[in-house]
Design a protein around this ligand. Structure first.
Ligand code: ADP
Length: 481
């Protein structure tokens, strides 16, 4: 196997800074790829959390004026991850969420901040760091998506490029007046360039100029080529259909391992499922629910947003509460949904509990203690929580979209069933699936079979990482022709 060098470019990175699945992928894939002979360095912004987490750090370069201020490129590590850090305090020395100011609005200079990230990827791609000249630049989401465009317009021999779409809903649109400031040539502002409905479209540019496009499940790869799923980019994505691949995400099976999870009341594996009971009790206590082993306990771990369909679950509550169902919700996001779940918990104490916030440890306990995990997304590029649920013996109840469709096998479908699926994404069909699951919960033998099937499903990065490795090698071969 010829060794391949890949520069991964990401705006978040587990375990340092995370708002969603992108961070998990950016943190896990490089390590999984080592076994395939792929050496990855990851370029990330120098947020305070990144600067604090960095070890073995040393400066490679300093620019007096890079996107408006003094900037250093630092090389270092975080655990097994090898990092390049864009230390630009004027852009990134801001605590908290990587994209939002404390008032919850996008930082007004996000266009400049993430153009700077992509520009640095372009520099490294063109050989700025002699000790690491990548064969491939792999950009993740809109925040990194200008990298393939910069490389294209450089007019110089360049590495191969890949863009991965983790969520097409976030596209990065900025005013055309920024073109010069971010260093794109005037001729780039056309439909065959970075122009997107009169703006500069960062994701559009990446989708147009990357050699290959990936997204995080085969079904989502199809959905985004349609009018609805395409969210304005469906036409472009159709033209690039032959260059587009859906590769499912995996999860870090060391971080998500019920047999050795320090966040649990009781560790267990497929052979000792009875030990889950202690986690269910702990979860009920934590959410103020009646401590009853026989109640059907539903868990939710999610951003609270329209995408995730959790307004539908709120609406379905009257249809569910007459049955012996409990609900533990962990989430943060839209104010009205936070309010809705807080109110539901107050109105139905003992049956519904809600924790508004982001709590990694509690997410683990929910996976280990709930009977089923509800994920009623309107669209879901891949989804990670259902993969964790499979590994933890919590039965996923999911809408038939994107990666949820690809990773859960419906109970009615086969001997290998792992969960319950519903379509269309409506309150009624969600409630129907929950009631179907509740009925199955009454049959302990059938339920344990679902759990066993889920727990033996491969949700690791191993085989998925090899697909990325194959893709990188295909690009290198095609470009060498
Ligand atoms: P998305 O990236 O769209 O938010 P995913 O399912 O792909 O959805 O990834 C979400 C990740 O974030 C999972 O690892 C999940 O456990 C975690 N997560 C989401 N909300 C919370 C929360 N409130 N507290 C802790 N972890 C959360």
């Amino acid at each position: 196997m010829t060794p391949v060098r890949v520069l991964s470019v990401a705006s978040e990175l587990y375990p340092i800074i995370k708002t969603g699945g992108l961070a998990d992928v950016a943190g896990a894939l490089p390590i999984a790829l080592e076994a395939d002979g792929i050496g990855v360095r990851t370029l990330v912004p120098g947020y305070p959390a990144v600067m604090d987490a960095l070890t073995d750090a040393h400066e490679l370069f300093e620019w007096q004026l890079f996107f408006g201020g003094t900037t250093r490129l630092i090389e270092g590590r975080c655990g097994e991850l090898k990092l390049f850090v864009l230390d630009a305090p004027h852009l990134f020395a801001r605590p908290g969420n990587p994209y939002l100011s404390p008032d919850g609005k996008d930082w007004p200079d996000n266009g400049r901040r993430f153009a700077a990230l992509a520009r640095m990827a372009d520099n490294i791609g063109l050989g700025a760091v002699a000790s690491f000249v990548p064969d491939i630049v792999h950009a993740h989401d809109w925040q990194a998506a200008l990298a393939p465009a910069y490389l294209h317009y450089s007019g110089r021999p360049r590495p191969g490029t890949v863009i991965t779409v983790h969520n097409l809903a976030f596209q990065g649109r900025f005013p055309p007046s920024m073109l010069d400031e971010i260093g794109l040539p005037p001729e780039s502002f056309t439909m065959q360039g970075v122009e997107y409905y009169g703006d500069i479209g960062y994701l559009k540019a990446g989708l147009l100029f990357a050699d290959r496009i990936t997204t995080v499940s085969p079904t989502y790869a199809r959905e985004i080529q349609g009018d609805e799923g395409g969210m304005g980019l469906g036409g472009l994505l159709q033209t690039r259909s032959g260059d587009t691949t859906g590769i499912l995400n995996g999860i870090d099976t060391n971080v998500w391992n019920p047999a050795a999870d320090t966040h649990l009341a009781s560790c267990y594996d497929a052979g000792s499922l009875d030990r889950r009971a202690a986690n269910k009790i702990a979860l009920q206590q934590r959410f103020g629910l009646e401590p009853r082993a026989d109640a059907f306990l539903l868990g939710v771990i999610s951003r609270l947003s329209w995408q995730k369909g959790l307004d539908l679950l709120l609406e379905a509550l009257p249809l569910l509460l007459g049955n012996d169902i409990q609900l533990a919700v962990l989430g943060s996001g839209d104010a009205d949904l936070q309010e809705g779940y807080r109110n539901a918990a107050a109105a139905h104490a003992g049956k519904i509990g809600a924790v508004v916030g982001y709590d990694e440890a509690l997410a683990h306990l929910i996976q280990a203690g709930s009977d089923a995990l509800v994920i009623p997304s309107r669209f879901e590029p891949c989804g990670l929580t259902q993969l964790c649920a499979l590994r933890y013996g919590a039965i996923p109840i999911v809408s038939r979209v994107g990666g949820l469709e690809d990773t859960v096998v419906d109970a009615a479908a086969s001997d290998n069933a792992t969960g319950f699926k519903f379509a269309p994404v409506t309150t009624e069909s969600l409630a129907g699936a929950v009631l179907r699951a509740h009925a199955a919960f009454g049959d302990k033998h059938a339920w344990q079979k679902l759990q066993a099937n889920g727990m033996s499903t491969d949700v690791s990065w191993r085989s998925r990482a090899s697909r990325y490795a194959d893709l990188y090698r295909e690009i290198i071969t095609a470009r060498a022709r």
